[in-house]
Structure formats: C-alpha cells, structure tokens
Design a protein around this ligand. Structure first.
Ligand SMILES: C[S@@+](CC[C@H](N)C(=O)[O-])C[C@H]1O[C@@H](n2cnc3c(N)ncnc32)[C@H](O)[C@@H]1O
Length: 242
C-alpha cells in the first residue's frame, strides 16, 4: 500500500471544479443551449464536464475545451470517450489567450482569469462571441466583506480586491455590454459539497493511515475553508447575451 497521500487539488471525487450541483449545472446548460449553438468553446474547461453536457444536449453541435492544465485535459478526453462524444469535441492543452475562434456558446466557469482581469475577460469574450450567441459565465464574488482574519486564512495572499460584490460584478458585466438572461447563486450546500469533495480523497486515505502528517495539512485546509472562505465567498453563474 502506498505511503504517500493522494495529491491535493486533483478533484478526483468531483464532477465539476466549481460549486455547482449536477441539478444546477443541468438547468444552466439547458438554458445556455436553448438557441441550438453550432460551435461551443469552453475557456478553462477543467475536466470538460459542462462542455460535454452542452454537446450531449445539442446533438448537432461541436465543441472545443481549452485548459492550461494537462491532467485536466487528459481526464476530459477520458470522459468524452466514456460518453461517446469524441467525434464532436476537441480538448486542447494551452492558454485561452491564444484562442482566436469565435463560437455560438462560450463557457467560462470559475476561469475568467484565463483571459485576464474580469473586465479584460468580459471584453475578450465579447470579441469571441458570434452574433446572437450566449456566454455562460461563472465567477466568485464576496457575499459579505471578508475580515482581515478570514483573508489571512482563505488562500495565500488573499485580498479584498480579489473579488467584487454581486451588484459590483453585475455592474461590470453590464458595463461591458452584456445583458443577464439567467442567474444562479450557488447555495451553501453546493459550496460545502465542493469543498468537502476536494478534501474527501485525502480524508479517506488518512483513515487508512492514522497518524500520517497529512492530517496537519488537512486540518489547515478545513480552517482555510471554515474560518476563511465559508462566510464571505459566493459564486454566481450568469447566462449572458449581447
Ligand atoms: C476553477 S477551475 C474551473 C474549471 C471548469 N471550468 C469547471 O468549472 O469545472 C479554473 C480552470 O481554469 C484553468 N486556467 C487557468 N488559466 C488558464 C488559461 N490561461 N487558459 C486556459 N485555462 C486556464 C485552470 O487550469 C482551471 O482548470
């Protein structure tokens, strides 16, 4: 039996690397594909889940997912294979900064940083959208202003400036020429499932290896979430048009 714990952050126990339940994702994908897009591009696609869901819901569509993290792209290809979608999807290891193709549906969930600041991303995504297209855009925001104690715990170098509040975020979206067609505010339950999902594989390993020093790392991860992110963090997914 291996004595090394599973690596942190693989998301092996999650389907999506964002705080969205399967039911929420299904509702949002249905709304985002109602215009029957021909080409769908997911910037920062992670494991490709939402792109594959969108392709499954529009049998005539083709799609491309881009992510800088090669293991995510490998997992996306494996899922596409399992779901019988490899003839309609391409996954690329690379940066969205280099993508020039325009699409009828753009997906950017928890990944606007792939295209710069939130303003830069909203402007670039507008350039990458075909006429009449839609953007499914998910971003973290502050549900409550974080205290200095919460900022010190939630992630390395966290600053109040890292996120907007919800009116501020919607204001940036509208200022960039987008209109909001749908809005899903992730629930506490969705956030908890996401955070526990990230910890679960190593928690299970620890049960099999009591006394291993990974316990201290896990305890720190719990504190970063419970005492850091859990109160102030929000995540909103918007369906946008222009
Ligand atoms: C929070 S994850 C979200 C993944 C996926 N959208 C989801 O919801 O499951 C953010 C993703 O953005 C990717 N990313 C970061 N910078 C990028 C870039 N310049 N180009 C493409 N992807 C990038 C990361 O590798 C990561 O997979």
């Amino acid at each position: 039996m291996t004595q090394q714990p599973p690596a942190a952050g693989t998301g092996a126990r999650l389907e999506l690397n964002s705080p969205l339940s399967a039911a929420s994702a299904a509702r949002l994908v249905a709304a985002a594909t109602a215009h029957a897009p021909e080409l769908i591009i997911d910037h920062g696609c992670g494991w490709g889940t939402l792109l594959l869901d969108a392709l499954a819901s529009v049998p005539t569509a083709h799609g491309t997912g881009i992510d800088v993290h090669a293991p995510d792209i490998d997992r996306a290809w494996a899922t596409a294979e399992q779901r019988g979608l490899t003839d309609r999807v391409t996954f690329v290891t690379g940066s969205s900064e280099d993508v020039r193709d325009r699409a009828d549906l753009l997906i950017s969930i928890g990944a606007f940083q792939a295209l710069g600041t939130i303003e830069e991303a909203l402007a670039r995504l507008a350039e990458l959208l075909r006429t009449g297209g839609r953007l499914l855009f998910g971003s973290e925001y502050w549900q409550a202003r974080p205290t200095p104690e919460e900022l010190a715990l939630m992630w390395d170098g966290a600053r109040v400036e890292d996120c907007l509040d919800l009116p501020g975020l919607i204001g940036r979206v509208q200022a960039a020429g987008w209109r909001v067609l749908d809005l899903h505010d992730s629930t506490r339950t969705e956030f908890d499932a996401f955070e526990v999902g990230h910890l679960r594989e190593r928690e299970e390993w620890l049960l099999e290896h009591p006394g291993h020093p990974v316990r201290a790392e896990l305890d720190q991860d719990w504190a970063a979430w419970l005492r850091g992110r859990r109160r102030p963090m929000g995540f909103v997914t918007l369906l946008l048009g222009r």
